[in-house]
Design a protein around this ligand. Structure first.
Ligand code: ACO
Length: 428
């Protein structure tokens, strides 16, 4: 017998059988529930989509209670241990881990597309000297749509693949140029001899030396951070990517919108907010007073809590280990002690326990980035580079899903009834 939900409408006494599939009912099935024949029918009210699945997806699985994160079925811990970012991006984008020859071709393809058009460089030079690099990043990604008008062919699989390669390859170059702009340094062209993250470090930090020498520990640490940030199912920025893409905008425009969503302090801007918070706290001795303030409703413990994870974020665990690796090279970040003390106290505190608030991916990532020499403004940009893989994969999946249409939620209107216009001199 198929699973159904029986709904009794007390307003009319009628009963309805609504099919249940994959643990969900279809909101559209509720439309038949009406009092009068000409009623619109029942809608669901779900601000911030807290209990609404807006798509079916085969990309990322999260069990928030158990702290499980899988990309295409592979546990994040195994990927962080054994894979690299480009391989993980391939997995997320195309559904399977590449064979050795596919990986070689993919590496080459990406390497050959890292250069930016010289006009893009000039465009970026036009920003104010202290422009926030995330503002520069998202504007420049959006501007790429004017360089690649072929990207409008969103139903041409070949074109989609072409834009995918461009975006994966060029986002680190844009990010690095934005960083060099902020720091008043000349822009560094990609070095095709280096790995994806090795080249990124080169574009960020090369000075007058002929060949940039990549630190292997930092290269690996950045790669691990990129793997951890590559996708996270239907979060705010991914939903923005899908919503914008659903109007059939080109992927550069959609990705600029997704990056804008990531910019906010409640999402990808959280690690920047964590660092600001740690600096504000200033010392381990001030931690209890800060926690007391948060519990009193004055501010939040940034880097804690998650809409989906109601246990320790599995990415935060891996990042904590990566931090140890990085600090061996860079020296210990003095803010680490404050972070550790915050975590220690919060994890024993009834307020945080009752609300299931644990460290999320952003709690420790900022400390690593800062130790590696990044200013806080770069943190969301460092998040956007790997998340590009997830955004494109989700966009592609949305376009190929016959059930999807232009995203257009309903509202419950609570404004004024119809009323007549009053001329300005007669208004009270
Ligand atoms: N510090 C203190 N209290 C918190 C925190 C926090 N970080 N997060 C949630 N709470 C409290 C809320 O005040 C609320 O308490 P109440 O029930 O007494 O009113 C309760 O926990 C539930 O919080 P919501 O805001 O309803 O949870 P929601 O799922 O909407 O928010 C979010 C999730 C935005 C991540 C939130 O936990 C938060 O603001 N955290 C800090 C910012 C942050 O670290 N964001 C990064 C998220 S990870 C990412 O985007 C990559």
């Amino acid at each position: 017998m198929p699973d159904t939900l029986t709904i009794t409408d007390n307003r009319t006494g009628k009963q309805y059988e609504v099919p249940v599939q994959d643990g969900a009912i279809r909101a559209m099935d509720l439309r038949k529930i009406k009092v009068q024949e000409d009623d619109f029918g029942l809608v669901t009210y779900d601000p911030a989509y807290q209990n609404t699945a807006a798509c079916k997806s085969a990309i990322t699985y999260i069990d928030g209670d158990k702290g499980v994160l899988l990309y295409r079925g592979y546990p994040i811990e195994q990927l962080a241990e054994a894979s690299n970012y480009l391989e993980t991006a391939y997995l997320i984008l195309f559904g399977e881990l590449p064979t050795a020859s596919q990986m070689e071709a993919w590496n080459k393809e990406i390497t050959l597309h890292t250069m930016l058009h010289e006009n893009v460089k000039q465009f970026m030079e036009g920003f104010q000297y202290n422009a926030h690099p995330m503002g520069v990043f998202l504007s420049t990604v959006g501007a790429l749509s004017t360089f690649y008008p072929d990207a409008k062919q969103i139903f041409d699989a070949e074109s989609r693949r072409h834009q995918t390669v461009r975006l994966i390859a060029k986002t680190p170059s844009i990010a690095a140029y934005a960083f060099r702009h902020l720091t008043g340094r000349f822009y560094v062209y990609p070095d095709n001899d280096l790995s994806f993250t090795g080249n990124f470090l080169n574009m960020l930090f090369k000075m007058t030396e002929l060949k940039y020498k990549v630190n292997k520990v930092l290269e690996r640490a950045l790669d691990v951070l990129f793997i951890l940030h590559a996708d996270h199912e239907q979060n705010c920025s991914t939903s923005a990517m899908r919503a914008i893409g659903s109007s059939h905008a080109d992927p550069y425009s959609a990705l600029a919108g997704a990056a804008a969503a990531l910019y906010g302090p409640l999402h990808g801007g959280a690690n920047e907010a964590v660092l600001k918070m740690l600096k504000e706290i200033g010392s381990v001795a001030n931690v209890p007073a800060f926690i007391k303030r948060v519990k009193g409703g004055d501010g939040r413990l940034m880097g804690f809590g998650h809409r989906v994870y109601k246990s320790y974020d599995p990415r935060a665990k891996i990042i904590k280990q990566t931090a140890d690796m990085v600090f061996e090279v860079t020296g210990r970040n003095p803010l680490l002690d404050i972070a550790l003390e915050l975590e220690r106290i919060a994890l024993q505190d009834e307020y945080f326990i009752a609300r299931k608030l644990y460290p999320n991916v952003d709690f420790y990532s900022g400390l690593i980035y800062q130790a590696m020499g990044f200013p806080v403004e770069m943190f969301p940009v460092l998040f956007a580079i790997p998340r590009t893989a997830g955004w494109i994969a989700q966009w592609d999946e949305m376009l190929n899903d016959p059930e999807q249409k232009i995203a257009r939620p309903r509202q419950l209107y609570v404004g004024a009834d119809t009323r007549d216009y009053v001329p300005a001199d007669k208004r009270k």
